[in-house]
Write a protein that binds this ligand. Structure first.
Ligand code: NAD
Length: 695
């Protein structure tokens, strides 16, 4: 009948198998075939029970995302699920690999669910900016209870088979052949005459739900600020408790329709695909050999080195951190320990997890102790001569196949590679602070970096739970180069009339976790100051330069670590408090430079900060430093906190309209000159009516 669903008989059990590689997405053809097969089995007097299974790597990855936004085609997934639920014969879902999104919703419509040890069940819709839309918010609570359902739906994270069984989401975990086990399970159901309770008729397990929804709202408030879908998820699960099944379903559908058409969901769907696309590198084919990384070393156990080492340990990879000074080493290891203790105290990991991870992190003061490492990541001070010395040393000590990586945020990876006799093994692995938390790894390929080194490091990013994006060498690479264009304008706005708290608020309200000045205070202002001092001699005197940041550093205000920077901080607090001293300083500088200060509105702040950032992104694309515009989006979402629901700066540019951004840039360039000249690519796109997504 159809090649997307197969039917076979095993005794009195009809086994119906979804077969639509790679993940059995529940597209229209599959839905139609599935209903037909179920009807056929239901009508066949010899069939006593049905098993639904998936062929290939999983049960089902859920809805076909490509169908989002298109007019729905019958049968709707909800109807398919109802057909399973209303089947007069027992329907058993046999789950291996993932059953997520619509896949789990389908399984929830079955009377029973069994899985093998590989099964992972989840409702990840919220990550795409939508609530579950085919009954997930109504059926899941009826099977496992409100609190666990809320957790699953809000986190979007799948749970493994054992946990699913403990929650009652799986009725059995099958050892050995899954289909055979599921058939045997179905036969038992028939033999014992077990009831065919429809999930919709199940009574939600009694539990204490007072304060649960408010608690959930509070818990996710910061993480999901400005997002619609998580709030709708909570509301919908709450409906499962307070409304009838049909009413709850109706509301769920409304929420789904509202969210799926929203700009937010479009942004999040773009981010989802962008992240996957970033792993594809045109001149590094998917079958490029990858080196095994079983042990690692990190040079320098400061702010970044410690966090980088934790990433390896968290992924179960042994790592040694090297500091030449034993005291610095002890200090670095103590910070790592304190970080883990914090995670244990917050219940994020167990004491046992912490012990295992600390065990995997060894200290070293002698290079001989790291000679066997498969990869070494250097994270010493940002000084070229020092980095070259370290790389020359690593080159003589480390085994010839070891990859030598640098965490530099600005320096030339080619020059660092030239300090070794293995430039093909040298690459940038630019982590973001705090390195154990921030998800981005901006991997920087040098002129001579080999395909194998690139493939290995891109794979490593995934292994240690990061999102890798590959870029080329230029000053600041992709992220910091764009950041520079953005903070530069933020600084100028202070001279022209704004205050740090005002700029920061506009950026925060746009959706960033914090604005440029609060971020500077968090990262430490001295690093940039030192870079500026080094570059002072080569700076073009005709180019506009804001001295405010330097004056702040001259006062010993380096940000949070010194209790003061752009803001001041109460002892032990990370909350920025606007400081009259800084306001006075800004007014003084503005007067010195002859600015007549004026009122600057939020809209101007956003345009002035974000459009130059996008413009710089366009130049980066023109120069081929980034492979594609969506890679830039990935970098800004995961490295700099660009709101994921806006899809990243280049996607946002398309949403605003490249033409209006180009026109604004032209105007800004006329008004302020400086580095605001529109990129040629921006102009081309604007004139041809295209966007970055069309490239
Ligand atoms: P840091 O000052 O906190 O740590 C540097 C560490 O390196 C110190 O502990 C120091 O003792 C050690 N060190 C110095 N010379 C050494 C040597 N020869 N051998 C062994 N150890 C040595 O600096 P950081 O902020 O961790 O920055 C490290 C690198 O990471 C720099 O290249 C920086 O540009 C880059 N980076 C920093 C950030 C950030 O936000 N801090 C972000 C991305 C990248």
């Amino acid at each position: 009948m159809s090649d997307v669903v197969h039917g076979e008989r095993r005794g009195a059990v009809a086994v119906i198998t979804l077969d639509r590689p790679p993940v059995n997405a529940l597209g229209q053809a599959l839905r139609a075939a599935l209903v037909a097969r179920m009807e056929e089995a239901a009508a066949d007097p010899e069939v006593k029970a049905l098993v639904l299974a998936g062929r290939g790597r999983c049960f089902s990855g859920g809805a076909d995302i490509r169908e989002f936004g298109a007019p729905p085609k019958d049968p709707h997934l909800r109807a398919v699920i109802e057909a399973a639920e209303n089947c007069p014969k027992p329907v058993v879902a046999a789950i291996h690999g993932v059953a997520v999104g619509g896949g789990l919703e389908l399984a929830l419509g079955c009377h029973y669910r069994v899985g093998d040890a590989s099964a992972r069940l989840g409702q990840p819709e919220v990550k795409l900016g939508i609530p579950p839309g085919a009954g997930g918010t109504q059926r899941l609570p009826r099977v496992i209870g409100i609190a666990p359902a809320l957790d699953m739906i809000l986190s979007g994270e799948p749970i493994p088979a054992v946990e699913a069984q403990a929650l009652g989401l799986l009725d059995a975990v099958i050892e050995g052949d899954l289909t055979a086990g599921a058939v045997a399970f179905a036969e038992t159901v028939v033999a014992e005459g077990r009831p065919l309770t429809r999930t919709r008729d199940r009574v939600i397990p009694a539990e204490h739900t007072e304060g649960l929804f408010e608690g959930a709202r509070k818990r996710i408030a910061r993480r999901t600020r400005g997002m619609i879908a998580p709030a709708r998820c909570i509301e919908s699960v709450e409906n499962a408790l307070t409304l009838s099944f049909d009413e709850g379903m109706k509301k769920e559908r409304e929420f789904f329709v509202e969210c799926v058409g929203s700009e937010q969901s479009k942004g999040q769907r773009h981010a989802f695909f962008a992240e996957r696309q970033a792993t594809k590198i045109p001149d590094v084919p998917a079958d490029t050999p990858v080196q095994a990384i079983e042990s690692a070393a990190v040079i320098g156990c400061g702010t970044m080195g410690g966090g980088i080492a934790m990433n390896f340990a968290n992924a179960g990879i042994a790592v040694r951190v090297l500091e030449t000074d034993p005291e610095a080493l002890d200090q670095g290891l103590a910070v790592i320990r304190k970080n883990y203790e914090g995670s244990v105290a917050r219940g994020r990991i167990t004491q046992e997890d912490m012990d295992t991870r600390m065990f995997l992190i060894g200290g070293a003061t002698d290079y001989a102790d790291i000679e066997d490492a498969d990869i070494v990541i250097e994270a010493v001070f940002e000084e070229m001569d020092l980095k070259k010395q370290v790389f020359a040393r690593l080159d003589t000590v480390c085994k010839p196949e070891a990859i030598l990586a640098t965490n530099t945020s600005t320096l030339d990876v080619n020059e660092i590679a030239a300090a070794t006799a293995r430039p093909e093994k040298v690459i940038g692995t630019h982590f973001f602070s705090p390195a154990n938390v921030m998800k981005l790894m901006e991997n920087v390929r040098g002129r001579k970096t080999s395909a194998e080194t690139i493939a290995t490091v891109m794979r490593l990013s995934k292994t240690i739970g990061k999102v890798g994006a590959l870029v080329g060498v230029c000053d600041g690479f992709v992220g910091n180069r764009m950041l520079y264009a953005y903070t530069r304008q933020a600084n100028f706005l202070l001279e022209e009339g704004a205050l740090p708290q005002q700029v920061d608020k506009a950026i925060y309200d746009f959706g960033f976790p914090m604005g440029p000045f609060a971020m500077g205070d968090l990262a430490g202002l001295d690093v940039g100051w030192r870079i500026r001092q080094r570059r002072a001699k080569t700076r073009d005197p005709d180019q506009r330069y804001s001295p405010i940041g330097d004056r702040i550093c001259e006062r010993g205000r380096f940000g949070q670590k010194t209790g003061a920077g752009w803001y001041r901080y109460e002892a032990g607090s990370r909350t920025p408090v606007p400081d009259p001293e800084i306001e006075k300083l800004i007014l003084e500088v503005a007067a010195e430079l002859g600015f007549a200060r004026r009122d600057i509105g939020d809209r101007e702040i956003l345009e002035r900060c974000l459009y130059p950032l996008i413009n710089e992104g366009a130049k980066i694309l023109e120069e081929g430093i980034a492979i594609r515009s969506s890679d830039i989006d990935v970098i800004w979402i995961y490295g700099y906190g660009f709101p994921i629901y806006r899809g990243g700066p280049m996607f946002y540019a398309d949403q605003v309209g490249v033409k209006s951004i180009y026109e604004a840039m032209r105007r800004l360039h006329q008004e302020h000159g400086d580095m605001l000249e529109p990129a040629a690519l921006l102009e081309d796109l604007a004139k041809s009516g295209k966007g970055f997504g069309d490239l």
